[in-house]
Design a protein around this ligand. Structure first.
Ligand SMILES: [Ca+2]
Ligand SMILES: [Ca+2]
Length: 269
């Protein structure tokens, strides 16, 4: 007996079990779910590993995303910080919202696309690239440190690194420099560090710094601050090292666990 059309279809949807997907990638490029932009196959596990050179990390941007939703129990994309399925999870995604830009902390990234036996959407398309290790981050802890890539070893040429600091609303950010040594120019046109209020470089610029003079401590106007570090194609120095704390906007007190001990220490003296 001839199979009915529905079964005929499912036969063909099972066939892609043998379809090769995933692979090992490096440098810059794009990859997509099988058959993209047509619906992806059922019961598939595709694994990609992206490896960059030493001193570089992997960045990943989804260009389109349409994966069966529902708590990511059925179909999902998993991104990990390292080369294997047991590396730390950066994110697990499903649905039709484009995931945020992702970045590994070292030279490899692992991506797994897994589908179940029913409901298939159009899948995804993603672009990957490399970035200098230690170049930029998003910091949300009440205190932290920021150093130029490779510090105290000389920073690389052609760097364009952005650090976003975001603390709880009602707090301000105080940035303190521990060391500073960037190629000097009167207007800091070659290598420089810029500090801005808010997220990104559209807010009020607190200053542009270069040379060997350690910048003054900087307090943000709000609960967000952005640091931009740019270097040209020649001459570099050991860079900079800075730390930040969050302070209560109304009391001016430092919102940091160690502040308790510091206060105690001062009192005992
Ligand atoms: Ca599915
Ligand atoms: Ca330079």
């Amino acid at each position: 007996m001839l199979p009915q059309s529905k079964e005929y279809c499912s036969f063909f949807f099972f066939f892609p079990l043998f379809l090769a997907c995933g692979g090992t990638l490096s440098g810059t490029g794009e990859f997509r779910s099988p058959y993209y932009p047509n619906p992806y196959p059922h019961n598939k596990v595709c694994e990609w590993v992206i490896n960059q050179q030493e001193g570089y990390v992997v960045t990943l941007n989804f260009l389109s995303f349409d994966v069966e939703g529902g708590s990511c129990r059925f179909d999902f994309v998993e991104v990990r910080d390292g080369p294997s399925p047991s590396s730390p999870l950066l994110g697990k995604f499903c649905g039709d919202e484009i995931p945020p830009r992702l970045q590994s902390t070292q030279k490899s990234m692992y991506i797994q696309f897994s589908t179940d036996s029913s409901v298939n959407n159009h899948g995804f398309e993603a672009a990957y690239d490399s970035a200098i290790e230690g170049c930029g981050d998003t910091l949300t802890s009440p205190s932290g440190t920021i150093t130029s890539p490779g510090h105290p070893t000389n920073y690389p040429h052609g760097a364009n690194c952005t650090w976003y600091i975001s603390v709880l609303p009602g707090n301000l950010i105080r940035l303190l420099f521990d060391s500073f040594n960037l190629e000097y120019h009167t207007n800091c046109n070659y290598d420089y560090l810029e500090v801005y209020d808010g997220t990104g470089t559209t807010g009020n610029k607190t200053g542009r710094y270069c040379g060997r003079s350690v910048p003054p401590s900087i307090t943000s106007a709000d609960n967000q601050m952005t640091l931009l570090f740019v270097t040209d194609s020649s001459l570099s120095g050991e860079g900079f090292s800075a730390s930040y704390v969050s302070i209560n906007a109304s009391t001016g007190k430092v919102c940091q666990k160690t502040s308790m001990f510091r206060t105690q220490f001062v009192k005992n003296n």
